[in-house]
Design a protein around this ligand. Structure first.
Ligand code: NAD
Length: 479
């Protein structure tokens, strides 16, 4: 673990981190015991006052230096991320770049913070609304983008003047630990960022700790609800970035080539294990055959293989449990009447037997209430439904309890505007691939959570407002 600027062990047993590509051990890390969580939170609480009082421009400078240092180590970090996660080296490299650009974006916001002034509240009295940091932030993240999800919390939290205790997922702590060390080497003072390892137990202890003032959580809806309940018991602020099942609507007049390309990348990037991803396609019947033909041409070119091998597009799924769940969800879709039109199982290549590989799979017209439609699908399986028109597509899209992302593909501006207004999601892409921008707030609605990351709105999530009333003497009056 990394506490108060130093690597530290624990009196608890070590956990082995296993490569999803071949089941071999990569490294081992300690599990945080209660005392370790206390030490990490205390280190963050002690560092808070000095960090808060550091000018924001200086905090930004430290963050920028940290980002540069991470960038200088991108190859080493990328290899580590691939080893513990299973994503390809290319995907790992892209993720490290995202980490860097999010930190740089947040550093750029440091000079743009504002409060407000309310003149003449009363005789010789004005008001100010000022923003203050919260204190210690707990950043608890999922395994699918370990470093990007950390940056989404770390950047705004640190720029706003808070200190952080991060808890990566139990299967992906290694890159986070190395990044904490690099940021520290670049000048981040001891205690400003601490990293503890472990699973639910460490997470619960962190959420319950009295000195933690905010919990920034990314994970499943079920865990998020539990975290919110626990945090609520001690009146902590919470941001919840939870599960998703993004609909992708294709109308008959859409650019079908561009839509097929966006659906393929949007579903199969990161071996289909993204929160924001194309998870349910609703295509108007008139366009379905052409759309599918173009989609399948792309899907057949996606090469499954070891994540370190040149040319691999899809690495393994992260754990064997995730692959089993995916297989059950697919079987349920087939039982409900769906037709597999690409992939459908584990690759036949024996060289891949030791890892958790799965073919990129497309399923046509399963039942609308099968598990592929009602649950989140984390893995390379894409159901495609034929619908009569846009209205029917929107109806199916909105049945899901999740509300993270959504897409609409049409050349008709009125139809696009109508759909964008009706789709129940925190993000809608219109004729554009599902790409995230640091400039735009990201966050779900419904079962996908609440609160925002990215955008200048993220800074507001990590500060609180205080009102000041100032009475002064009239000019010329003396005591
Ligand atoms: P998870 O809920 O199992 O775990 C997430 C984190 O919470 C881990 O660090 C875990 O150790 C910790 N945790 C588990 N139980 C806890 C508890 N009781 N108290 C405190 N912490 C606890 O989720 P996961 O399987 O790691 O992540 C996958 C999920 O994350 C998917 O649903 C995915 O869609 C979602 N996700 C959402 C976003 C987003 O921006 N909305 C981004 C990435 C991933």
């Amino acid at each position: 673990m990394f506490i108060a600027g130093e690597h530290t062990g624990s009196r608890r047993e070590q956990t082995t981190i296993v490569s999803p590509a071949d089941g071999n051990p990569v490294d081992s890390v300690p599990q945080a015991a209660d005392g370790d969580v206390d030490r990490a939170v205390e280190a963050a609480a002690q560092a808070f006052h000095r960090w808060r009082d550091t000018p924001a421009s200086r905090r930004a400078e430290v963050l920028r230096r940290g980002a540069h240092r991470v960038l200088a180590h991108r190859d080493e970090l990328g290899r580590l991320l691939t080893a513990e996660h299973g994503k390809t080296l290319r995907e790992a490299g892209l993720e490290i770049h995202r980490f860097v650009s999010t930190l740089e974006h947040c550093a750029g916001l440091a000079r743009d913070r504002r409060g407000s002034h309310v003149p003449e509240l009363d005789h010789n009295t004005y008001g100010l609304v000022v923003r203050r940091p919260l204190g210690v932030v707990a950043a608890i993240v999922a395994w699918n983008f370990p470093t990007l999800l950390l940056a989404n919390k770390l950047g705004p939290a640190l720029i706003a003047g808070n200190t952080v205790v991060a808890k990566p997922a139990p299967t992906t702590p290694l890159t986070t630990l190395r990044i904490a060390e690099l940021l520290h080497d670049a000048g981040l003072p001891p205690g400003v960022l601490n990293v503890i390892c472990g699973g639910a137990e460490s997470g619960e202890a962190l959420v319950a700790h009295d000195a933690v003032r905010k919990v920034a959580f990314t994970g499943t809806t079920a865990t998020g609800a539990r975290v919110a309940t626990r945090a609520g018991a001690s009146v902590k602020r919470v941001v919840l970035e939870l599960s998703g099942s993004d609909p992708f609507i294709v109308c008959e007049d859409a650019d079908l080539d561009a839509a097929a390309s966006a659906a393929s990348v949007g579903r199969f990037f990161n071996a289909g294990q993204s929160c924001l991803a194309v998870k349910r396609v609703y295509c108007v019947a008139e366009a379905l055959d052409t759309f599918l033909e173009r989609l399948l041409a792309r899907v057949r070119r996606l090469k499954v293989g070891p994540p370190t091998m040149a040319g691999t597009i899809l690495g393994p799924v992260h754990t064997s449990e995730l692959r089993s769940r995916l297989e059950q969800q697919l079987a349920d879709g087939v039982d409900s009447g769906g037709e597999v039109v690409a992939g459908g199982g584990r690759p036949v290549d024996e060289a891949l037997n030791a890892g958790w590989y799965f073919e990129p799979t497309v399923l046509r017209d399963p039942a609308h209430d099968c598990r592929l439609a009602t649950e989140e699908v984390l893995g390379p399986v894409l159901p495609v439904w034929s619908v009569a028109n846009l209205e029917e597509a929107i109806e199916h899209a909105n049945v899901s309890p999740f509300g993270l992302g959504s897409s609409i593909w049409t050349r008709d501006l009125d139809a696009a505007t109508h759909a964008a207004g009706r789709l129940e999601a925190g993000y809608t892409w219109v004729n554009a691939p599902q790409r995230l921008y640091d400039e735009l707030p990201l966050g779900g609605i419904g079962a996908s959570g609440y609160g925002k990351e990215h955008g200048r709105e993220a800074l507001e999530e990590y500060s609180e407002l205080k009102s000041l009333v100032v009475r002064h003497r009239s000019p010329g009056r003396t005591r």
